[in-house]
Design a protein around this ligand. Structure first.
Ligand code: PNS
Length: 159
């Protein structure tokens, strides 16, 4: 039985995240999408909103569960009896940060391994920050995020 965690901020979830979630869920028995509750950042969506959005957009994936976490990722993994972390890699620009994070996590808890999944080419440019930038200026979001998320983002920028 392979349990894995796909962690992130998901502020908001993008089509690139969803692609990694779907492909990872096809490889493991149980996938936990771990939503970071980071008080230091001021997110567009609260952690509860992000969890709810992710639950909605993954509702057809029966082996996917969405949970929030705070503190260290490896502690969250241990609490959930998970030894596999999955992270998407878009380009070489992601690599240094991701490698350092994976190595740090391994030093803290050598029982947890990080696996990198190459992002699909069509989402290689996409990030939550890009989505927010486009949304801020009223740009088209159709190819960037799941349809369910679009009105929720629009609502945030209306305020
Ligand atoms: O979507 P993001 O913001 O790139 O995800 C980053 C995330 C949530 C995976 C990372 O910040 C994280 O794991 N934070 C929890 C604290 C932690 O365990 N850090 C790793 C040791 S440096």
């Amino acid at each position: 039985m392979i349990n894995a965690i796909y962690p992130g901020s998901f502020d908001p979830v993008t089509n690139g995240h969803l692609d990694v979630i779907k492909r990872s869920a096809g490889l493991v028995d149980r996938l936990i999408v771990g939503v970071l509750n980071n008080n230091a950042k001021s997110p567009l969506f609260s952690v509860d909103e992000r969890v709810k959005i992710l639950q909605e957009v993954t509702k057809d994936l029966k082996n996917v569960e969405v949970k929030s976490f705070s503190g260290l990722l490896v502690d969250f993994a241990k609490e959930n009896d998970v030894h596999v972390i999955i992270r998407g890699l878009r380009a070489v620009t992601d690599f240094e940060y991701e490698l350092a994070m994976a190595q740090t996590n391994r030093v803290i808890n050598p029982e947890v391994e990080t696996f990198f999944m190459a992002t699909s080419l069509k989402y290689a440019y996409l990030s939550s920050s890009t989505v927010k930038e486009v949304a801020k200026f009223g740009g088209k979001l159709d190819d960037l995020v799941p349809p369910y998320v679009i009105p929720l983002i629009r609502e945030k920028y209306k305020k």
